[in-house]
Ligand binder design. Structure first.
Ligand code: DOR
Length: 307
């Protein structure tokens, strides 16, 4: 039988198939449908220092090729998370990565520090790329100087691995990837959603209350694969790249992996089929068997060796 377990940052993950922030809550609803501990890891909805209500409705719009959202990082705040959610996720036998959001450097830092002594949380994913907030978030991910200061400051204070979730809404992704690594990031997560828009022609108005929102789903798969490819080339194995964007089956997950992803996160597909990640785990095993590949790592970035 193929062994899908992987080791990143000295941590053993059961497999490289994780669920993406904002598409799986904190894993509690899905736990009623299946055994969430079969997943390699759960990345939580973004958590900020204080509770956030998010943007007013309408904040979801479907399109033929993907989904637009403008949730605006609704979450109970780090205290609410620790009080009401953490005790429940402690019972789930897989790793959790907290997606951390801040309006200021201090807020990012305070959220991470509040989680430092919680063993269930194995890493932080700095959300510097949410397209749906006016303060913080994307403002960090779209300016190399601001980004580098944030990563350096967080890294100087925390012990757990710090991953940075990159924005696809920048010109030169390679530069942003390099700046994160030079500032001490332990991993890069590519990509957050792509800014998009939908207009209801009957009313003549944009669907979303914020007019624009983040596009996810199959529409962004080729963009995400291209970015994973470029980031993988840029970082040359110095840190792992985690692929996210448009993954909905084994083929789309493998595209990310062959482009250079050491693990993948299933996002929007969870809304349509919460068991999608389980099918992908089995699909990757079958693929490895058919290619006579014993270790998952042999697949990572394999497409770079060709042509
Ligand atoms: O598309 C996104 N929506 N990306 C994020 O990082 C956060 C989320 C939201 O809450 O708006």
């Amino acid at each position: 039988m193929q062994d899908l377990s992987i080791e990143l940052w000295g941590i053993r993950f059961k497999n490289p198939v994780w669920v993406a922030s904002g598409t799986f809550g904190y894993g509690l609803e899905a736990s009623e449908i299946y055994d969430v501990s079969s997943l390699g890891a759960v990345v939580t909805k973004g958590i900020s220092l204080r509770p956030r209500e998010g943007n007013p409705p309408q904040r979801i719009a479907e399109t033929p090729c993907g989904m637009l959202n403008s949730i605006g990082l609704q979450n109970p705040g780090v205290e609410g998370f620790l009080l009401h959610i953490y005790p429940r996720i402690e019972k789930i036998d897989t790793h959790f990565i907290v997606n951390v959001f801040g309006e200021t450097e201090e807020e990012y830092l305070e959220v991470c520090l509040a989680l430092e002594d919680r063993p269930k949380i194995v890493a932080y994913e700095l959300n510097v790329s949410c397209p749906n907030v006016k303060k913080g978030g994307m403002l960090f991910g779209h300016d190399t100087k601001v980004l580098s200061r944030l990563v350096e400051r967080v890294k100087a204070k925390v012990r757990k691995p710090v991953l940075v979730k990159l924005s696809p809404n920048v010109g030169d992704i390679r530069t942003f990837a390099r700046v994160c690594v030079e500032s001490g990031a332990d991993g890069l997560v590519a990509i957050n959603t792509l800014v998009g828009m939908k207009i209801d022609v009957r009313s003549g108005k944009p669907d979303l209350s914020t007019f624009v929102g983040g596009l996810s789903g199959p529409a962004i798969l080729p963009i995400a694969v291209r970015i994973v490819w470029e980031v993988f080339q840029e970082v040359r194995g110095s840190v792992p790249v985690i692929g996210v964007g448009g993954i909905y089956d084994t083929d789309s997950a493998l595209q990310h992996i062959l482009a250079g992803a050491s693990a993948v996160q299933v996002g929007t597909a969870n809304f349509f089929d919460p068991k999608c990640p389980l099918r992908i785990i089995e699909g990757i095993k079958s693929y490895m068997e058919s290619k006579k590949v014993k270790s998952f790592n042999q697949l990572v970035g394999r497409a770079h060796g060709i042509g």
